[in-house]
Design a protein around this ligand. Structure first.
Ligand SMILES: [Zn+2]
Ligand SMILES: [Zn+2]
Length: 72
């Protein structure tokens, strides 16, 4: 098996609202629920970042301990 996600397994992504630029993080049910479109909690804009189900996360898996890049 390659790393293609199983059906219903959203791909973790770092998401920002294309409308207002606010960070979008899926929490609670949405963190595990597969969804194609994301609704900004800040301005209500709904967009679809990819053709596959995605999940807005704070950190990509495995990147939690990476040093911050381009902080400024
Ligand atoms: Zn979302
Ligand atoms: Zn927004």
């Amino acid at each position: 098996m390659n790393h293609a996600p199983q059906d219903g397994q959203p791909i973790p992504m770092l998401l920002w609202c294309p409308e207002c630029g606010e960070r979008h993080i899926d929490e609670g049910d949405y963190a595990t629920k597969s969804h194609h479109t994301h609704a900004c909690q800040h301005c209500g804009h709904v967009w679809r970042p990819a053709v596959v189900p995605t999940c807005g996360v704070q950190f990509l898996p495995g990147f939690k301990n990476a040093p911050a890049e381009n902080e400024s």
